[in-house]
Design a protein around this ligand. Sequence first.
Ligand code: ATP
Ligand code: MG
Length: 317
Amino acid sequence: MASLDRSALDRVVVFTNRKGGVAKTALATNLAWNAATEDADPLKVLLVDLDSQATVSLEMGCRSHPDLGYRAGQSWKAGEEFRNALETGGPLHPIPGIRPNIDLLTADPSWYHDRPTPGPGMDEWDMLAAPLSAIAGDYDLVVIDTNPGVWELNQMALGAARYVVFPFQTDGSSLEGVPYTYGDILWAQERNPALEMLMFILVFVGEDHTRQHKEAFDTLRRIGVDDDLVSKRVVPYKKGAATYGRNRGMLPAEALAQDHGKPWYWYAKQGKEVPYRPGTKSVANLAEALGMIASEILFRINSREEQLRHDSEEASS
Ligand SMILES: Nc1ncnc2c1ncn2[C@@H]1O[C@H](COP(=O)(O)OP(=O)(O)OP(=O)(O)O)[C@@H](O)[C@H]1O
Ligand SMILES: [Mg+2]
């Protein structure tokens, strides 16, 4: 690790949790989208999907993209190229422009039992960091989505990242699992000292988020985490809105912008089946919540960078 030049990796964000199904993909894709579509100052974003189920390409509706080379249930062309780069140290060739300002690197289903393995002399923690450091400078932000199913993929994500976002649910077993994932992060910091906790976030929360925040604070305090690291925002529980977008390869903000069709009674009068559409309000609420969370992540990164600049100016004066 010591020999790797990490300067280009200073804006790499990873979403991680040992527990699955905690909105990592929803948060990662919406961070990328919101950063890339900022009106005033759009960022150039690289999305890295290190989930062997490769949900990012589904969520973003790009399974039919010719460069992805999607083959149901099998390895994909883009996955094979990505694997080859990880195993040999590069070069990486992201699929360009899956959205304006967003490029994609993706795993594929074959990685679940046939994991990429480091070539001779390569360190497993560096497998992504090494080739990524060569191209990360082309981007303003790199967003890594992970999945707990394959530890090796989490390991290379934590080995490459600068900032960790840790989404979790607040039921008893989820809270009990929080120290384990936090332990993984502390362990990774020994191999990648640049890795820093950026934010914890509560997900799939209903109305009673004050009580749930309190329980989360209690759990996190016990493992030495400062309250400031916990976002006051939450990912609201909006199953219909989330499913509506994912099934159509659209993020909530994109689904919101789409025509919602005619009112239900028009279909009834025509004797047609009424297409299912969740209330515009719940899609809007979800899109807004995810947009605010993306802004908070970018704000936290900017604040940290400002603090580091300030510290180095102080040190040199
Ligand atoms: N705000 C939401 N409210 C309710 N359900 C949601 C919400 N966002 C996403 N979901 C649903 O919850 C499930 C998990 O979401 P998501 O895939 O983003 O989590 P994940 O952490 O990436 O999961 P995995 O560990 O499998 O990669 C999906 O079925 C998704 O449709
Ligand atoms: Mg996922």
